[in-house]
Design a binder for this molecule. Structure first.
Ligand code: BG6
Length: 457
């Protein structure tokens, strides 16, 4: 079995503890992996193992995993730390090496230079790769400077800019369903589709990430990356083939046509009292945005994004609302629009709201009553019995098999920042909202004005 070494920079942080280690434990069951954690804490290997041990891990599994787990205290700003780390890592010869930067992006350029100089990742060695977590930069300008720094040291096929949404099963499924089913393509345009609404509502709050969140806010945390990726996949033109650079090319072409129309922002009550948050912060934790796609396919279709922290429940998906037809049947009352919902969370699957006639009961003599129009929904979740594997397991697997589509290419990142910068520059009004609601009441009004179905979200 081929051996892999994972060097995790920022190994004691939130992402590492919550997502990366649980995924590595699973990965260790299927491949030979040695993990070297590096972070600023002066831990012994034993203290480190205890620090990151997931509460629910099986004892035997943990035992075999922790035998492959090492720790090296390290200062991300000190070049000598990288040299020490490199000599430590060289003690474990392996076919694959992944250096994973699970640290804030303001350190990425320094990290890159020192990783390059110490030889932890060597240019042109295809099986040595470097992974950067999102957000990649803080705006278009800083992202460009960062990228210029990275490409000096590594070749594009060694660089993975991660967006974990790209490995969600349902997200991977969007392109397949769109392009492999005859029923969608002819009506996938503004003549038939009235609006596309990308939804990423969260019940959780900051989860101990106050310093990070207050600096980035909702637009840079999820709109700039996850939500724009979802829109790009749903709205792009058909790529030459459904993988790698062909899909990335199609996404970039789409993103270039996106502009910002309108919006309303929110901040939940109590946010300013959160640890590590500025007491006078105007960082938005909620956004309801209207965008437009200025191309022949989508001109005239309204594009909405809604997202926020501390909302009444978590739901992630895309609602595609079709234009209503004029009903020809006399007895039929209002025809409601067909809505195709791509559910990402809580249940993966699709649902389609259709106008149907309710069957008349034999004893039912009241024809008027039986001719009511109702909506039905089809959800295929019940047929998909397999529980999808955690996204970060897929991320590691795909990096190991060099599937570049697990990452975002820099021209996509650039377009995403252009749009995020445009949203921020518009300075949409910021309103307070209570936790456990759907956001500020002004958002409900905005939704009403625009005709967005809001209360049923
Ligand atoms: C992360 C954001 O990228 O995505 C978090 O930093 C957010 O703030 C998370 O909670 C949402 O991801 P998921 O997979 O839970 O929908």
């Amino acid at each position: 079995m081929e051996k892999t070494t994972v060097v995790l920079l920022g190994a004691t942080g939130d992402l590492a503890r919550k997502k990366l280690f649980p995924a590595l434990i699973k990965l260790a069951k299927i491949t030979h992996v040695t993990i070297i954690g590096a972070a600023k804490e002066n831990f012994s290997a034993e203290q480190f193992r205890e620090h990151i041990r997931p509460p629910d891990v099986d004892a035997q599994q943990w035992q075999s995993f922790s035998n492959q787990l090492y720790y090296q205290p390290f200062d991300a700003q000190e070049e000598s730390s990288y040299q020490e780390l490199a000599s430590f890592v060289n003690r474990f010869p392996s076919e694959h090496r992944i250096v994973y930067c699970a640290m804030p992006s303001q350190y990425f350029c320094t990290i890159t230079e020192f990783v390059g100089r110490s030889g932890l990742v060597q240019k042109q060695k295809k099986h040595q790769v470097i992974v950067y977590e999102k957000p990649f930069g803080e705006d278009l300008k800083s992202a460009q400077a960062l990228n210029a720094c990275i490409v000096r040291w590594f070749s594009e096929d060694q660089i993975f800019r991660i967006d974990h949404y790209l490995t969600k099963e349902m997200v991977e499924n969007i392109t397949l369903v769109r392009f492999a089913n005859t029923v969608f393509e002819p009506i996938w345009n503004s003549k038939y589709i009235e609006s596309i609404h990308v939804i990423l509502h969260e019940k959780v709050g900051l989860e101990g990430r106050g310093a990070y969140y207050d600096r980035y806010g909702v637009i840079k945390d999820v709109v700039q990356n996850h939500m724009l990726q979802l829109l790009a996949l749903v709205a792009m033109e058909e790529p030459a083939h459904l993988s790698g650079d062909a899909v990335r090319d199609a996404k970039v072409r789409l993103l270039k046509k996106v502009s910002v129309v309108d919006g309303v922002l929110g901040q939940y009550q109590g946010y300013r009292a959160e640890p590590q948050v500025d007491k006078h912060s105007n960082t938005a934790t909620f956004a309801l945005l209207e965008l437009a796609i200025n191309n022949d396919r989508w001109r005239g279709t309204r594009i909405y994004f809604s997202t926020g922290k501390e909302l009444d429940h978590k739901t992630t998906g895309i609602r595609i609302t079709f234009r209503t037809v004029t009903c020809a049947l006399e007895r039929v009352r209002d025809c409601l629009p067909n809505v195709l919902t791509i559910n990402i969370y809580p249940t993966g699957g699709y649902s389609l709201a259709l106008n149907v006639k309710i069957p008349r009961a034999v004893s039912d003599l009241d024809f008027e009553e039986s001719a009511h129009i109702k909506q039905i929904a089809m959800d295929y979740q019940q047929f998909v019995q397999v529980k999808p594997q955690p996204e970060y397991v897929t991320i590691f697997e795909e990096i190991l098999s060099h599937q570049i589509s697990v990452g975002v290419r820099f021209d996509e990142v650039e377009e995403q920042w252009r749009i995020a910068d445009e949203i921020i520059a518009k300075q949409f009004p910021l309103f307070a909202y209570e936790k456990n609601t759907k956001g500020p009441s002004q958002a409900a009004l905005f939704a009403q004005e625009k005709g967005i179905s809001w209360s049923q979200l």
